[in-house]
Design a binder for this molecule. Structure first.
Ligand SMILES: Cc1cc2nc3c(=O)[nH]c(=O)nc-3n(C[C@H](O)[C@H](O)[C@H](O)COP(=O)(O)OP(=O)(O)OC[C@H]3O[C@@H](n4cnc5c(N)ncnc54)[C@H](O)[C@@H]3O)c2cc1C
Length: 388
């Protein structure tokens, strides 16, 4: 277990408790979640009972009253077992963030305690077939009826937990005559409402068991006006405020996953003999481990910077993008190298590396692709260097 100058003792204690809990109650079930492609209801509930879903939210709604840095550390421990499981945990927290920032008192009291208790996983419904990286191109609309309620029409796809979540945060256009960044709004929709249909038609390389939907159809779903989140037109700022936290917390999952794979490879390279000595004695192997350690430590430090900035109320758009880029690309590279060190056995299900490898590949586009991260970083860097 690494130690660090940069975390408080309270954060380190939380990390260690979460790690022990995950090893005992989460990790043993992750191969099955992946193999059976089954949603991890029981493990999700246990995370809620341990207080690991609402960590950074106010205690009055059942949260833990801690920070984004604390939540990222917990997400890292869950990621050691499975990135997919960490995603089930964290996507509920991203939705909670929007409700906590923009919701009414009634909305917070109705939804947050059940989400934090692990009873109601939530799904974040932004992406559509024509609106992925270019999220402003979404087509789903929410038209006001004469009573002030909304009629939601459109199709989403790729929602993690979308097939099972009782609570959906849906982004839709309330005004199609203006720029979508001004005409988009958020709505809380509940599973089972008339006109809402979800389907899982395609299979995925990783993130298995997470019920990532291929189709979420809203056929004139009636949404009471009380379920609009924030004001009309708040949708885009809501997405932006969610995404910086999301990109920071997500880093934890990928760093944890890669750290676990590095540990497995380190042990294996000390035990596996080739040409009369443990393979770690060959520099081609041990130097890989050096590079892996450097990559992970860089990712952690960038991630910590973004987290601390958000916790202090600073704009961390560039820093969160940098952290997300380095953590996800770095994790994929580290896991790839861990598999290389293991040789053929790393490619089998005898070790969890092949599962981490499949999950980690999604890091290069989920929550904004690597290209989008570079787009943000170059934009802000040019601004800093040359002025607006
Ligand atoms: C397992 C999984 C879980 C997901 N979970 C969720 C979820 O919970 N909620 C949700 O709303 N969405 C979710 N997504 C969707 C995810 O966020 C999108 O896949 C992602 O934003 C990319 O969008 P896209 O797939 O439409 O790709 P596109 O936007 O079509 O991009 C295709 C390629 O073009 C590149 N590209 C696009 N524009 C540019 C540009 N201007 N410059 C350079 N390159 C560019 C992209 O980087 C990418 O490489 C999930 C996806 C997966 C696979």
């Amino acid at each position: 277990m690494y130690e660090s100058l940069h975390y408080t003792q309270e954060e380190l204690d939380l990390r260690d408790q979460a790690r022990a809990f995950v090893e005992e109650e989460i990790a043993p079930y992750m191969a099955e979640m992946d193999r059976e492609n089954k949603y991890p209801w029981k493990q999700f509930k246990r995370l809620g009972e341990m207080g690991y879903i609402g960590i950074r939210f106010p205690t009055e709604y059942g949260g833990g009253g801690k920070t984004i840095v604390a939540e990222t550390l917990v997400n890292e421990q869950v990621g050691r077992a499975s990135i997919a499981m960490a995603c089930a945990r964290s996507v509920t927290s991203y939705v909670a963030h929007a409700i906590n920032e923009y919701g009414t008192e009634e909305q917070k009291r109705k939804y947050l305690p059940k989400m934090f208790a692990g009873d109601w996983p939530a799904a974040e419904c932004l992406t559509e077939a024509m609106g992925g990286s270019d999220a402003a191109r979404i087509k789903t609309t929410a038209r006001k009826d004469p009573d002030g309620n909304y009629i939601l029409t459109g199709e989403k796809r790729f929602q993690a937990s979308g097939g099972v979540a009782p609570v959906l945060l849906v982004y839709a256009l309330t005004d199609t005559t203006v720029n979508p960044r001004e005409g988009m709004s958020g709505f809380i929709v509940e599973k089972g409402w008339e006109g809402l249909h979800t389907a899982r038609q395609f299979d995925t390389l990783g993130y298995r068991g997470l019920e990532v939907v291929s189709e979420m159809v809203f056929s004139r779903v009636k949404v009471p006006k009380e379920n609009r989140l924030g004001k009309e037109g708040d949708g885009w700022p809501m997405i932006v405020s969610m995404l910086n936290g999301e990109r920071t917390i997500i880093c934890g999952a990928f760093i944890g996953s890669a750290q676990r794979c590095m540990e497995i490879a380190a042990k294996y390279s000390s035990e596996r003999i080739a040409f009369h000595k443990p393979i770690r004695k060959w520099e081609a192997v041990s130097f890989k481990l050096a590079d892996m350690a450097v990559t992970l430590e860089s990712a952690r430090l960038l991630n910590l910077q973004a987290g601390r900035m958000i916790d202090r109320g600073l704009d961390a758009t560039k820093e969160a993008a940098m952290a997300k880029l380095v953590a996800t690309e770095g994790a994929f590279e580290v896991i790839h190298n861990a598999m290389q060190i293991m040789g053929g056995i790393g490619y089998t299900t005898d070790y969890s590396i092949e599962r981490h490898f499949r999950d980690a590949r999604n890091g290069l586009f989920v929550a904004g692709s690597s290209e989008m991260m570079r787009l943000i970083i170059q934009r802000d860097t040019y601004k800093e260097l040359l002025g607006p």
